[in-house]
Structure formats: structure tokens, C-alpha cells
Design a binder for this molecule. Structure first.
Ligand SMILES: [Zn+2]
Length: 47
């Protein structure tokens, strides 16, 4: 589970996700997460 870079809280659900597909590489899903504890936004890969 992605963790908030500020306070380390694990965030289960992303607010938004999108596909990132670099040329010649496997597509990855990126999620925009908001920490419920401190409110910080951060991006992390979603599996
Ligand atoms: Zn936080």
C-alpha cells in the first residue's frame, strides 16, 4: 500500500488513477493519493 511521504500513513484508495505508458516499456497505473491524516497529495504506482 502506498504511504504518505510526510507522515507515513498508508492510503488505500487513490482519488484518481491514470495509465502511463512510456515507449517500449510496460504501461503502469499511477494513482493520485491524498493522505487522510495530513492532507498531503502524492503520486504512487498502483498494482
Ligand atoms: Zn500524511
Amino acid at each position: 500500500m502506498p504511504k504518505c511521504p510526510k507522515c507515513g500513513t498508508e492510503v488505500a484508495k487513490p482519488k484518481k488513477t491514470w495509465q502511463l505508458a512510456p515507449k517500449g516499456k510496460k504501461a503502469v497505473t499511477i494513482g493520485l493519493f491524498q493522505c487522510p491524516n495530513c492532507g498531503a497529495f502524492f503520486r504512487a504506482a498502483v498494482k
